[in-house]
Structure formats: structure tokens, C-alpha cells
Design a protein around this ligand. Sequence first.
Ligand SMILES: [Zn+2]
Length: 455
Amino acid sequence: MRDRTLYTADWVLPISSAPIRDGAVMVQAGRIEFVGAASAVPVTPGAMRTVALGNAVLMPGLVNAHSHLELTLLRGFLEGLDFRDWLRTLTTVRRDLMTESVLLDASRAGIREALRNGITCLADTTDSGAPLTAMREYGVRGVGYLEVFGPDPVQCDGAIAQLTARVLEARAQDTPLVRVGVSPHAPYTVSRELFAATAALSRRESLPMAVHVAESPAEMLFVRDGAGPFADRLRARDIAVAPQAESPVALLEVTGVLAAQPLLIHVIQADDRDMARIADAGASIVHCPISNAKLGHGIAPLDRMLAHGIRTGLGTDSVASNDRMDLLGEARQATLFHSVRAGTPDALSAHAALALATRGGADALGLGSRIGTLDVGKDADLAAFPLDHDDAQPLFDPAVALVHALAGKVEATLVTVAGRELVVHGVLTQRDETLPLRVGAWRDRLQRWRQASTG
Ligand SMILES: [Zn+2]
């Protein structure tokens, strides 16, 4: 029998039950064996190591339900571009410069940032597959959704054959923590045929699926009216464009995508009928409030998602459209936007926001039986954050302090995934001393590329 570890903290937030003052979590063989008051820890045979976290909050590891780890090294590079130029520059730099080793380093840098921010699980959409390698290297939990593109129906068969080969090869390397999935990118980059074929692949092979959908007004115009900038771009490439459905979410319904119960990314341009479609299908949503705001796409109707009982988590999106991978910051932004929409204070409480960042994300990924709350029998994915920062005093409620006072100011002092300690005393246990140098060299290459491309 492997030894136990007992983590004690001034506050334990199980999420599934009320906060515990002077709490403890006992872990054995990667699983949670006890959650409760430190004074009530059961006496058990065998050795037990105690880790006293002190004035800190111990909670489930955060679930970042939407990231693009391979874009971590584009932080700040696409600043100020409108969405089409943002996408175009991203695609060009990706093609011209981002080799496998760059994509892998970007993914590593992203995971290190995730861990410092108490994130233990990532739902990552990826063109290259490098994030899957990096997730396995670091021991985090996650899904890597391999992206497929192809707005021209004639590309469908080739694209799906290539995706199928890639995903089946990647699946051979699945572990209990890291799984591969598929992601038909978005309505303006994927034909109806390719949506239908990818959904069929997802169902046939039981592959998790994620789709960017209902993100921008331009996407709505493209799907509903066959008009706008996305339509112009495709017509310029001699690809026929016609009105497809009354909304992007309706398009996913008629192409069979919703029936495969995907994770829907963004869902800003969606009305109550769309929410009913999503709820009826049993699909889930990841809400990315900061990326949505930064790109000027709007405030997603989180209130409607929750009213329809849709499984909903929080995501940062890439740091190219956010600059931070800080899920506590997303939780704070979610509460602020929710209050703005509702016109009342505290429409989404700090406790509810932390639940979205943990249990909500876990449920949205179909992992709710294993992670997302501190409950006996679940995997020990834990994060602890310090509460002794001066800027959080006086402190009455640890959830309010974490979401409203400390988000963006504190880093995790402890992170475990399935019981394995990945951050100890605020330091990552996996070292990579030369990564900052490699990132610096990459920055110089990017800078030269920009100078060359702007003449
Ligand atoms: Zn995204």
C-alpha cells in the first residue's frame, strides 16, 4: 500500500460542499481518501506524510476548457489586428516560421504557465498535435483536439482521410490522463460536408470533439446570409457560398455535429432557440469572457447557458487573444459580465464562478466523475493558492478573496495531478532552465519576420 499524504490548509474549498475552515485532504495512490476538518482526519495504519499549506485555500485543480497551447509564443504579437487580419497573420506566421520544435516549446511554455496558475486540466485545440506531447511530458491532464480545416466541399474527403489517420495514430499514445479528440475548426473554415464527416468520425470512434462556434457577428452573417467578410474571402478563392442555416448553432444541428455532443467554444451569437438546441443535444459550452472581450466579439449569454442547464466551463483561449492563462481572472471577468448583463450585483457569485472554473469545466469535458470537486474517490487534482497577501485583507470569504482580490496577483503554491506533485512551494517540479533562452531567440526571429514582411 502506497503511503498517504495529508494536505492541510486554513481553507479547503471542495466546491461540491461548503468551504471548510482548518480543512484537510488526504490522498493515497492518486485518489482522494478524505476531505473534511483537519481535526476529523481518520487514524489509519501505515505512514502518512503531512504537508501544511498554512494560510492558503486548497481546492480542485482549475480546468481550462479552451486553450491553444501551441500559440503561447505568439503572446502580444497579434495585438491590435482586426479579427480577419489576426487570423491571416496567425496563419502566415504559423506556416512560415513555426516548426515542430517551436510548437513544442510553445506548448511547454503554456503548460508551465497553466501550472503556475493552478490549472491541472486543459482542453486544447491544436493543428500540430505538439500540445499532446507536452501534456504527457508534464503530467497534466487534458484533451488535445486535432483540428481539421476545409471550407471547400471538394477538400472534404482528403481532409477527413488525413484527420482519421492522424487521430488514430495519436490515439495509440493516449494515457489515463491525456486523450486525443477532433476539432472541425469553425463554420467559416469548414464545409457542411466536412462538419458532417467529422461528426461521424467522432461518433464512430468515440472521440471527443470541440468546435469554435457563434463567435463573431461576421460568422453569423456568413452562416445565415452567405454574406460578409468571410463569404467575400471564400468567393475570392472561387468557393461557392450560400446561406446555410438560421444561425451557426443551427448549422451544427443540421450537419449532425450537435448530436455528437461536442464542446462548443465561445457561443456568443446565440439566442434562446440556439441554447435549447444545445441543451437538447446534451452538448457543452466553454465560456471565454476575456478573449471574447479582447477581440471585440461581445459578451456571451452565460445566464442563458446556465438557465438551460447546459454543462458550462471557463476557458482562456490562446494567449494570442488574451495574453494571460489565468483562469481565476476568467472567473472574475465572468462574474463582472454577468452582473453587467443582469443589471444586479453578484448575479454570479464568486463561489459559482469558482464552480464553473472547476466542476463546470470537468462536466463540460465529460470528466466530472473523476475531477472537478474534492470528493472521496475522485482523482487528486489539487491546487492551493496563498491567502496571506496584504491586498486580500481583511479576509472574510476565501472564494470572494480569490476571485475578486487575488486573481492575477497570486500563483499556485501547490499543484497535483492524480496525486503527483507538479508544483511544490510555488515552484514547478519539472525544470527547463534553457526554455527562457529559447523563447527569447524565438522573439527575435518573430521580430525579424515582421520587419521583413512589412518591408
Ligand atoms: Zn480558440
